[in-house]
Design a protein around this ligand. Structure first.
Ligand SMILES: N[C@H](CCC[C@H](N)C(=O)O)C(=O)O
Length: 324
């Protein structure tokens, strides 16, 4: 039961390959039980991580569908809008499922995709510097930019098209673009915009932001009734037309040092509100990502991936106390 630990600007993940975990990959859900995910990600009782990258997911036999074999669990069963699981006859792109430390499943992860791309390349599971990875939130295009041995790799990821449409995110209420709306949380009023790059985001522009602000109001907004599938939250400070700074509270993960989909959503909202140009550097506590918004709202992210360690999960971890 091997794990491969990486971080992307301090947002760390464990890659678990289903071929190492037959009991789970052959189970009804085709993935680790939520309780095991919580345990493995636990910072004291487990290996510790901001999430699990479960892949490459075995493709359905017969037609080489590009959709993972089962839908998203505990999260938005986001349809694969890009290919709609259409069958095709070339080898399907490797599929990735993403789990948060609380056991919920996410449709997409920008840092997770960069990390999984490095894992696939290092293990000869893809060829060349350009390939795609299928996620429940749609396919992502990868380009390996730098792969020097023993140093962080740099990758560029096509994150797909951002949408501000309430039904796609989802945000409760009439169908509309969610821009500059009011929300009350924790006794305070904010103006927010919402976006999806496959997973849901609530972006709150403010003149001043801080970790304390994210930790105080993030959890209340994450679970606000406006957001039926919960939501990732970014408090955003616009520095100038080419730089923004965000503090992040992630759905199902809490406070994180960096987030690719959060960077994408924040850059897209800032651009949609006319606050920044199409190329934006996103500054986070863990480091910076370069985001680019195309005229048709396709998001591209570039950033590093650092390998931390690899090892074996001990059998007794799986029997740890229920209150872990
Ligand atoms: N917590 C997120 C998934 C991880 C996103 C983040 N780590 C990234 O790099 O995009 C969600 O439930 O949608």
């Amino acid at each position: 039961m091997r794990f491969y630990k990486y971080h992307a600007l301090g947002n760390d993940y464990l890659v678990l390959d289903p071929s190492d975990y037959r009991e789970w990959s052959r189970s009804a859900g085709g993935a680790p039980p939520a309780e095991q995910i919580r345990l493995i990600c636990h910072r004291h009782y487990g290996v510790g991580s901001d999430g699990i990258l479960w892949g490459p997911v075995p493709q359905a036999t017969g037609t080489t569908s590009t959709a993972p074999t089962s839908g998203v669990r505990n999260g938005t069963a986001a349809p694969d809008r890009a290919s709609g699981g259409a069958a095709h006859h070339s080898a399907p792109p490797p599929a990735l499922r993403i789990f948060n430390p609380d056991g919920s499943e996410a449709e997409k992860s920008g840092n997770g995709l960069r990390i999984f791309a490095r894992y696939l390349a290092e293990h000869g599971l893809v060829q060349g510097d350009r390939f795609s990875i299928h996620t429940a939130g749609g396919p992502a295009q990868v380009e390996v930019l730098e792969r020097s041995a023993g140093r962080p790799w740099r990758m560029r990821i096509g994150m797909g098209r951002v949408t501000f449409d309430s039904p796609q995110i989802p945000v409760a209420g009439p169908s509309r673009e969610v821009l500059g709306e009011a929300i009350a949380a924790g006794g305070r009023h904010f103006s927010f915009s919402a976006a999806s790059v496959g997973n849901p985001h609530c972006v709150i522009p403010l003149p001043e932001i801080s970790e304390e602000l994210a930790r105080q109001y993030g959890p209340v907004i994450e679970t606000h009734p406006l957001f039926p599938q919960r939501i990732n939250v970014q408090f955003m400070q616009v520095i100038d037309r080419a730089n923004i700074r965000i503090e992040i509270w992630e759905r199902g993960a809490g406070y994180t040092l960096a987030s690719g989909t959060s960077s994408s959503a924040a850059a897209a909202v800032a651009h949609r509100l006319g606050l920044v140009d199409a190329q934006v550097t996103v500054h986070m506590p863990g480091g910076t990502l370069e985001a680019e918004v195309s005229p048709d709202w396709q998001l591209t992210l570039s950033g590093t991936v650092t390998k931390v360690a690899e090892g074996t999960i001990a059998p007794d971890l799986r029997a740890a106390p229920a209150n872990a």
